[in-house]
Write a protein that binds this ligand. Structure first.
Ligand code: PLP
Length: 496
């Protein structure tokens, strides 16, 4: 029997995995969740012997039950190949007593590649399975990394087009250059005058616009999403936590059944939710440590049970986490409410009306596995410098948020459980912030000089993704108001 997915806002809305992937977001504005979280289905001991691709198959077959074995294996093989600069796909690096799970070895050197390398394959397979002959239009809001990873994944994929909206002044220089130089006849990248939440809310509104949806359908298109609201993004992210456990087993760091803690630099709550799902599958994870930057809505939420986005939006040195509305938290809220779509829908309606909601005491109890923490820009810079000084290992600003939060957690709690820190981006992607943290003398240097200097001091080669943009031509230079997003979509699709 197939594992079915239902909307977090309407229990009646049930679909298969491939339909959920095609749709992206449910029509009622909710997110698709599996009706139950499946079990891992193999012994922990067995994990130590599996490659990344084999682990991916073991995890994904439990969730995506309407894909055949051959379909899933084809998707996995096409996704996790030489696009990654190491056959390990997601290596672990020990530094100063913590285990940094490097998720940035893919085409665009951020962890979004882990899921977005496979999503185009899952999606085109889903279209075939469901006899969808309309062209799929991927509509994406990005805080910097999703955009490029989705563009790289979908560029020139037959039967798809992709449109990315990013906050014009809310991404790093490298992130912007990576996106605006994107090739591919089916791609479009647009800056908006607003922040990530504006971009994400705008995209969600376009999805929910029934009139636009039917005009789109008449023109032979349908929308889908490459954001982590798509379950097809979330499931591949569970894999690397399971794989990390296998690696620590193999290295003898832990024995089968031992707990690990997981520390995740968090924005939209997708990555840490995947770790939570891994735990629900039976992976021995102790604490899920949710690390925020100055936009610490989640830290406050886990402490008080009040989610309140009514606060100043801060632009930080970890821009991919500059988010006040963490979309995927809705999937946790739904679960904390005992899979109660009505209660979840009520809370989400409050969020959109007032910008805040408060969860009940029993719901709060259901989130006991999570610990929130946050780090300021100053603390992030100090952590990068500290770790480099002590070990020679250079981490990016997002990873440094998690690293700092972890050190503080460990000191205060005395919890010595081995900790896996999700290392979400290559330091090359945020070279300016990273280098200025290591030594203020770098302040005056230009971006590419900093990159070469980073290579020198860290003893690591400049990634191909960076070499590519050194001389690449800007192909997308459109900037619009946040009110013009629908017009931009119509324009791109030639619908007037
Ligand atoms: C997207 C991103 C995050 C946040 O991940 P979420 O799944 O949105 O919580 C953290 N770090 C980097 C580098 C990212 O690109």
């Amino acid at each position: 029997m197939d594992l079915m997915y239902r909307s977090t806002r309407n229990a009646e809305n049930r679909v298969t995995a491939s339909q959920a992937i095609l749709k992206g977001l449910a029509e009622d504005g909710g997110l698709f969740v599996p009706e139950q979280i499946p079990e891992l289905g193999l012994s922990l001991d067995a994990l130590a012997g599996l490659s990344y691709q084999e682990t991916a198959y073991e995890v994904m077959k439990q969730f995506l039950t309407d894909y055949t074995e051959q379909e899933l294996k084809d998707c996995i093989r096409s996704a996790y190949d030489e696009k990654f600069d190491t056959p390990e796909i997601a290596p672990i690096r020990e530094a100063d007593g913590a285990y940094y799970l490097e998720l940035f070895h893919g085409a665009t050197i951020a962890f979004k590649d882990m899921a977005l390398s496979i999503l185009p394959y899952l999606m085109t397979t889903a279209a075939k399975k469901n006899h969808e002959d309309r062209e799929i239009v991927i509509l994406t809001a990005t805080s910097g990394d999703t955009g490029k990873a989705a563009l790289a994944g979908f560029a020139d994929v037959p039967g798809t087009r992709i449109l990315v909206f990013y906050p014009k002044n809310g991404v790093s220089a490298v992130q912007e250059k990576q996106m605006v130089t994107q090739k591919g006849a089916n791609t479009c990248v647009i800056g908006i005058r607003g922040n990530f939440d504006d971009a994400q809310s705008g995209v969600k509104r376009l999805f929910a616009d029934a009139a636009l949806g039917s005009a789109l359908s008449d023109a032979g298109y349908r929308f889908s999403s490459a954001n982590s609201i798509n379950i097809g993004r979330l499931v591949p992210q569970i894999v690397y936590y399971v794989c990390a456990y296998g690696k620590l087993l193999k290295a003898g760091t832990i024995k089968a059944g031992d707990l690990i803690n997981v520390v995740v630099p968090t924005g939209n709550f997708g990555n840490i939710l995947a770790a939570y799902y891994a735990k629900c599958m039976g992976l021995p994870i102790g604490r899920l440590i949710c690390a925020s930057n100055e936009n610490k809505v989640l830290f406050d939420f886990f402490r008080t049970g009040v989610y309140d986005r009514n606060r100043e939006f801060v632009l930080t040195s970890s821009p991919s986490m500059d988010i006040l509305i963490s979309s995927n938290l809705e999937r946790l809220i739904y679960r904390m409410a005992g899979d109660d779509a009505k209660e979840n829908a009520r809370l989400m309606a409050e969020l959109s009306a007032k910008g805040s909601y408060t969860i009940s005491e029993p719901m709060k109890q259901a989130a006991q596995d999570f610990t929130g923490g946050f780090a300021t820009m100053k603390e992030v810079a100090a952590e990068i410098a500290r770790l480099y000084g002590k070990t020679g290992y250079v981490i990016d600003t997002h990873t440094a948020v998690a690293s700092r939060v972890y050190r503080e957690y460990r000191e205060q709690s005395g919890d010595g459980t081995p900790a896996v820190i999700a290392s979400t981006a290559s330091p090359y992607k945020f070279a300016r912030s990273v280098m200025e943290a290591i030594d203020p003398k770098y302040a005056g240097m230009d971006d590419f000089a900093l990159i070469d200097e980073l290579s020198r001091i860290s003893g690591t080669g400049v990634p191909g993704a960076i070499e590519e943009i050194r001389t690449a031509e800007v192909l997308h230079d459109k900037v619009i108001e946040k009110t013009q997003m629908e017009a931009a979509v119509r324009d791109f699709l030639g619908m007037r």
